[in-house]
Design a protein around this ligand. Structure first.
Ligand code: AR6
Length: 171
């Protein structure tokens, strides 16, 4: 089941929220900054520990930390592709972000997950194309599983919200 909302993902009531992080898991602006501010310094420590073992989180991959001070059951960090004009496999890498995050959510027995519009801020992915990839990937993934999962797309800007609304056919 897919849901759409407009707002700050840290206020989502999903079991787990997804962060649009960078490969160094160093925190940053945008949704990454908002999640780190709300979750607190525990997340920074968890990310540092993970990086010291694994070096980096490659584009398209995902890992999970606790949710720190947030009420969620975890935060899944994934790294979206930087837009390079469409010649660097960006669509596939973006799809992998959604698939890998969904895998982690299913593996952990969560029943709901909230996604931001990965890569559509600082990383410059065209919003309409990113929404097509996100929705198509999630629909295909959910269609291939027996178990249910409630997936929320949480848009922060009106432009993304309108795009998602038009693709999902909501008024
Ligand atoms: N809740 C939900 N969505 C948000 C929020 C929020 N609180 N704040 C912003 N967005 P961006 P990226 C939306 O730039 O393009 C970071 O510095 C925003 O409107 O956060 O994947 C990382 O550390 C946009 O639609 O992520 C990386 O270095 C979407 O989140 C880099 O930015 C994604 O914008 C990742 O860039």
């Amino acid at each position: 089941m897919i849901k759409l909302s407009l707002g700050d993902i840290t206020n989502s009531t999903a079991d787990v929220i997804v962060n649009a992080a960078n490969s160094a898991l160093r925190g940053g602006g945008g949704v990454d900054g908002a999640i780190h501010r709300a979750a607190g310094p525990i997340i920074v420590e968890e990310c540092k520990a993970w990086i010291s073992k694994n070096k980096e989180l490659p584009t398209g991959k995902a890992m999970m930390t606790s949710a720190g001070k947030l009420p969620h059951k975890g935060i899944i960090h994934t790294v979206g592709p930087m837009w390079e004009g469409g010649v660097a496999n960006e669509d596939q890498l973006l799809a992998e972000c959604y698939i890998n995050a969904l895998h982690i959510a299913f593996e952990n027995g969560f029943s709901s997950i909230a996604f931001p519009n990965i890569s559509t801020g600082v990383y410059g992915f065209p919003k309409r194309d990113a929404a097509d990839v996100a929705i198509c990937t999630v629909q295909n993934f959910l269609g291939s599983r027996k178990e249910q999962m409630k997936v929320s797309f949480v848009c922060f800007d009106d432009e993304n919200f309108e795009i998602y609304k038009s693709i999902l056919g909501e008024d």
